[in-house]
Every structure is written in C-alpha cells, then in structure tokens.
Design a protein around this ligand. Structure first.
Ligand SMILES: Cc1cc2nc3c(=O)[nH]c(=O)nc-3n(C[C@H](O)[C@H](O)[C@H](O)COP(=O)(O)OP(=O)(O)OC[C@H]3O[C@@H](n4cnc5c(N)ncnc54)[C@H](O)[C@@H]3O)c2cc1C
Length: 391
C-alpha cells in the first residue's frame, strides 16, 4: 500500500484513539446487527462528532463533503474503525446507499439538498424496497405513487416490509409503481419520501433476537414533493439496481475485521471452556479460519471490480461465501458454548453475544440478496446458463 494509505490509516487511528474516550468510551462494541437498539442516541451523537471532524463519507468526492479517499484508504478506514471496536454506524444507509445513488442519478438540487445532511448525520435514511410479495422478486412491487398536479406532490400508497431502521429514520428511498397497469421492472420510480407525516405508519417487527431492527412501513396517501424523484419517472428500476450495486460493493469491505474479532474471541472461549479439546470443534475452528482468509482474498479481488466501476460477479460470490461462513460461525459458537448456549441469562431475551450471533446470522443469507438469488446471478451472468423459467 502506498504511504498515503498508511498516513491516512495512522491519522484515523490516532483520531479514534483520541476521541473514543470520555463520554464516548462506553460506546465501544455497541450496536450492530441484532443490537441496533443499543445506545442509539449516544451512537448518533458519536457519529455527528465524527462528522464534525470530517470522518463520515470519507470516500465521497470533496465537492460533496467527503475526503475523496481512494478505495484503499476507505478499506483502511473501515479496518481501523473495526479494530478500534468503535460503535456500529447509524447513518450507513444514507452514506453507503443513497449518497452514491444521488451522485450518480440525482439532480444538482437533490445533491445540494440531501448530501450535506447525510455527511453531517442530520438526516437518517432507510431503504423501502421489499414488500410482502416483492422480496427476491423485487420487480413485483405494488406500492404505487401518483402525481397530484395541483399540489405538485407524489401521493404514495402501499406497504413495505423488513425496512431496517425505519423507526429511527427521517427519510425513506422508496421503489413505487408510477405507471398504472405497468408490470415487472417497467413503470417503477425511485422516490424520496419523508417519514414524519400522517400518511406513514411504522410498525416494528420483533426478530428472533427479541429486538426490533426492521419494520413494516405503511404508506396511506403519504406525500412527497414532485421533485423528490431520482431518475426519470418510470425508470426507477435502473436507479434501484445501482443502489444495490453500492450495497454489495465497497460497503462490505471492512467486515472481515469484525469477523476476525468474533472468531478470535470464540477461539479464546473454546480454549477456556475445554471445547478446543474436541477434535470436531478443532476441525471446524480451523475451517473457519481458512474460510476467513478466502473471504479476505475474495474481497480484495472485488476491490479490482469496484475500482473498474462495478463490483462484478465477485460481489455475488463474496456475498454467498461470507453470509454462509458467518451463519456457520454462529452454529459453531453454540457448539463451543455447549449447554450454556441453550439458556438465556434472563427471561425472555437477555441473550449473550454468542446467542445473538447465532440467531441474527440466520438473516445473513437472506438480506441483500439471498444465497439462492446470488447463485442464480452466478449461473446466468457468469456461467451463461439458461435463464430460470418464470411463471
Ligand atoms: C435483517 C434483514 C434486513 C433487511 N432490511 C431490508 C431493508 O432495509 N429494506 C428492504 O427493502 N428490505 C430489507 N430486507 C428484506 C430482504 O431484502 C428480503 O428478505 C430478501 O430480498 C428476500 O425476500 P423475501 O424475504 O421476500 O423472501 P422470498 O423472496 O419470498 O424468498 C423466500 C425463499 O425463496 C428463495 N427464492 C426466492 N426466489 C427464488 C428463485 N427465483 N430461485 C431460487 N430460490 C428463490 C429465497 O432464496 C428464500 O430462501 C431485510 C431482510 C433482513 C433479513
């Protein structure tokens, strides 16, 4: 890595060391999948503190409030953040998904209105794609929006589901059908909808972990300004797919540092409680370690694709691999814990980190495209197999 990457890394590491102290010291390790409820307000304050020092959106161009960091610098940033055990981010959906989408497809007015507030963590965003009958088959979206010419507003009606962090968000980027009678990916639009209004109801869904990170979101005549459409009316599919590309791209690159930390503490536990003497457990731990090396290798290959403009098939390969690896780590953790893993510390849901990992990692192979869907992508786009038959 070039010295500028190392300088960047050192600068961020020093900043984290100096600032993850005092009122923020207790935030180490807080939040994240299955634990988003933890210290949310404090994590928001921390993230605004980072923003004030210019450490949010570092990969964005300087003209949009970022640091114009190179990919290598962004990876270094993700790694240092994880190594510092800094709290899980709360503004990541705006920073990693909507921001890049607006830079690619938004109007100058939209960029000016929304990007600075994402950088400053003043507005939080959620992703309104999935519906009860439109998950893997996203083109089946039924939420509809029509233009009220008199008011110069879109009127949105329909239901979204599994909307992560909607209960804590100010805005939602919504895929909605704006051409009546259209089907599949035609006639969809990508709208920016404010959530704090009478036409929006957000109902949290309780997960296996006992926590509620995602929600049902009901739009019943919800309104948003006519100008809050990204891309042309009816051409939202292209915009929505681009957002998913960002989701499967650079944003996942820092995660193996967190995975390594989990594996290392599991190894410590296995040594402490004697599970490491079991030959089958030892075998699985060694396999987990090897798997992590493969994840890292694949992530580095993916970087080449991202640098060339698009993540490419490595993103699908990587998604299947890390999601399955992490789910298996949860299963391994339960076997290392033995009988202790079977009871919660308190009723009904006072879970320890291993139990939470086991339960939440079941979701890894579903969100951001399930394993089956990733395999379809590889089959069709990489291997050139015939397209799957649709009913
Ligand atoms: C933790 C978590 C957070 C999420 N956050 C968000 C969010 O913020 N915003 C949002 O919009 N969505 C979110 N989702 C939803 C997620 O995108 C969907 O769950 C996912 O796309 C799968 O859709 P589905 O749940 O409707 O399952 P379905 O699409 O009904 O799939 C059910 C099963 O059938 C399989 N399957 C479906 N189609 C095929 C096929 N063609 N070939 C082979 N197998 C197939 C799937 O792989 C799966 O195993 C989240 C999900 C989770 C678990």
């Amino acid at each position: 890595m070039s010295s500028s990457v190392e300088e960047f890394r050192t600068e961020f590491r020093s900043w984290l060391r100096a600032h993850l102290t005092g009122e923020f010291a207790g935030l180490r390790g807080r939040g994240g999948p299955g634990r988003e409820h933890e210290a949310f307000a404090e994590r928001l304050a921390w993230e605004r503190h980072m923003a004030a020092a210019g450490w949010t959106c570092v990969g964005w161009p300087k003209e949009y409030g970022g640091r114009g960091a190179t990919l290598e610098q962004q990876v270094a940033c993700h790694e240092e953040y994880a190594l510092a055990d800094a709290p899980a981010r709360v503004g990541h959906l705006g920073e990693q998904l909507l921001g890049p989408t607006l830079m690619a497809f938004g109007t100058p007015e939209q960029r000016e209105r929304y990007l600075p507030r994402i950088v400053a963590v003043e507005e939080l965003w959620c992703q309104g794609y999935s519906e009860p009958d439109a998950g893997s088959d996203l083109a089946n979206v039924r939420t509809r929006a029509e233009l009220d010419d008199a008011a110069d507003e879109w009127v949105v009606t329909g239901q979204k589901i599994w909307t992560s962090l909607a209960h804590a968000s100010d805005w939602c980027f919504v895929v909605a059908r704006t051409e009546p009678g259209s089907t599949r990916h035609h006639g969809l639009s990508y709208l920016l909808v404010p959530l704090d209004q009478p036409g929006v109801e957000i109902r949290p869904i309780t997960q296996l972990t006992g926590t509620s990170e995602f929600n049902e979101v009901f739009f019943d005549g919800a309104r948003t300004a006519a100008g809050n459409i990204v891309g042309a009316p009816g051409e939202g599919w292209q915009v929505a797919m681009a957002t998913l590309g960002f989701e499967r791209g650079v944003s996942t690159l820092g995660q193996q540092v967190g995975f390594r930390r989990e594996l290392e503490s599991l190894i410590e536990l296995a040594k402490r409680n004697g599970a490491a003497r079991d030959p089958l457990i030892r075998d699985r731990i060694a396999r987990a370690w090897t798997g992590l090396e493969i994840i890292r290798g694949n992530a580095l290959r993916m970087l080449d694709g991202v640098a060339a403009g698009a993540p490419g098939p490595e993103a699908s390969i990587g998604k299947i691999f890390w999601a399955t690896w992490h789910r298996e780590l949860g299963e391994l953790a339960m076997d290392v814990c033995g009988a202790d893993g079977m009871t919660a510390a308190g009723a009904p849901y006072d879970l320890d980190d291993w139990q939470r990992l086991f339960l939440f990692s079941r979701a890894d192979t579903i969100y951001a495209g399930s394993n089956e869907i990733q395999r379809n992508i590889i089959a069709e786009r990489v291997l050139g197999l015939p397209k799957e038959v649709r009913p």
